[in-house]
Write a protein that binds this ligand. Structure first.
Ligand SMILES: NC(=O)c1ccc[n+]([C@@H]2O[C@H](COP(=O)([O-])OP(=O)(O)OC[C@H]3O[C@@H](n4cnc5c(N)ncnc54)[C@H](OP(=O)(O)O)[C@@H]3O)[C@@H](O)[C@H]2O)c1
Length: 291
């Protein structure tokens, strides 16, 4: 049985690919650049992308499982909805879709709207799916090295209400385990939605305090300045993406985040261990910064 992994060269998809290959699954890894991709033994690189219908049809042919991750792009909505329909027509029996926390309630950020639409299509097509709704990736904050160490500022304007985070290593393992559970089950498992978040509820101030404790130096929260955030993002990404992320941060600030009750328990039983904490991520990252 073969599982197709999309987003396979990215942060989460590369780890999902590694877990599935280590579990002895036949994995096809979709990438736009198979010639430069570096996959573990047993993984077959497949050239393609979600908006290239012919490549996706061929990649899905004969596969029984799909890990669907759509990069934040201007055609995320188009690529994702096409991929879901092609997966349905190809008879995929085992789907894990990477959505985002509060996909249904944060209306403004375009990449959240794309995921809300995808979740609706999954329900309409009654696809046998585990929908993963991860919180804010802890690994985003590895990019904050200079501001934290040199200015003593935690920059991302995540707000003062509540932010839920996830270590992408845990997210990938949850995704792989959910795929394997479905793949190995003789029954068709029901559709489910899991919030994938570490158990701590954080804010900009509490994240700054964790960094201060970790590096034993003062670190303060940079505040809720969305103009400054957008300007900074525009220095290394297109304007539309910086604005999408601005809208996301505004939603964090205005609405905060809440995980569904029982998320902790479900994740623990899937992984057989608790999710990694932000504190643990900060400690490991600070160690890497020192090396
Ligand atoms: N960052 C967060 O805090 C966060 C939180 C929750 C959810 N998410 C969701 O997580 C997903 C991103 O996961 P990730 O960080 O693992 O992805 P990533 O590292 O950005 O990788 C995505 C992969 O998708 C492929 N791709 C195909 N079309 C692309 C395009 N037009 N632009 C860029 N890449 C494209 C690329 O592979 P090839 O070049 O090999 O084709 C790339 O390696 C998004 O859906 C995002 O909304 C993110």
């Amino acid at each position: 049985m073969t599982i197709l992994v999309t987003g396979s060269t990215g942060t989460v998809g590369s780890e999902v690919t590694r877990h599935l290959a280590a579990a002895g699954q036949q994995v096809r890894a979709l990438t736009r650049s198979p010639e430069t991709a570096d996959f573990p033994p047993g993984v077959t690189p497949v050239k393609g992308e979600l908006t290239d219908i012919d490549s996706l049809r061929a990649a899905l042919d004969g596969a029984s499982g799909l890990f669907l991750l759509s990069a934040v792009s201007q055609d995320e909505l188009t690529g994702t909805l096409i991929a879901l329909d092609l997966a349905h027509r190809a008879g995929i029996r085992n789907l894990v879709y990477l959505s985002v926390i509060h996909a249904d309630s944060y209306a403004a950020p375009p990449h959240f709207a794309a995921k809300a639409a995808a979740e609706r299509v999954i329900a309409d097509l009654d696809l046998p799916t585990t929908i993963l709704r991860p919180g804010y990736y802890m690994q985003n904050d590895a990019w904050e090295k200079d501001r934290i160490l040199t200015e003593g500022v935690y920059g991302p304007p995540v707000g003062k209400k509540a932010v839920l985070t996830v270590d992408t290593r845990d997210l990938a393992e949850v995704a792989a385990r959910a795929l394997l559970r479905r793949q190995e089950s003789t029954d068709s498992l029901p559709r489910e939605t899991l919030d994938v978040v570490a158990p701590e509820v954080l804010t900009g101030d509490t994240i700054a305090a964790i960094w201060a404790e970790t590096i034993a130096r003062p670190v303060s929260y940079g505040g809720n300045d969305l103009d400054a955030f957008e300007t900074q993002m525009r220095s290394f990404m297109p304007g539309w993406m910086a604005y999408d992320l601005r809208l996301m941060m505004r939603s964090f600030q205005v609405d905060g985040m809440t995980a569904t009750s029982g998320a902790d328990h479900d994740l623990h039983s899937l992984l057989g261990r608790p999710m990694r904490s932000y504190r643990e991520f900060a400690r490991q990252t600070a160690q890497l910064w020192e090396d």
